[in-house]
Design a protein. Sequence first.
Length: 124
Amino acid sequence: KVGVEEGKKITLVMVGPTGQGKSTLGNMVASGGAAYQPFTTSDDFDSETLEAAHADFNWDFQNFRAIDTIGFLDTRMDAVQNMDKFAGFADRAPGGIDVFLFVLKKGRFTEQSLGQIAAFRAVA
């Protein structure tokens, strides 16, 4: 446990474009199985997450918090609303953020993918 203060909760935040699998990854990380699915998912590439959500879990005697965020460029709202909703995850990380996980679906890495990463870096 190098570099982790005893008793500190490690906070992971899943970020990325809409419909790329952030909630699915969060469920895999937080639950370790199908019995507990803290984040809502869909069977297609449509966005399901409307608000940031979190799940607390323990792994290897360490406390974690996984935070699921809304997707970048969510078409259900304008850009200002999207950024406001995205920034809402910060309230769920009172101890700060230890890890951002940028989630993209498997496949070809394109110029659009680079643009999405650049958009995240601009607001992070």
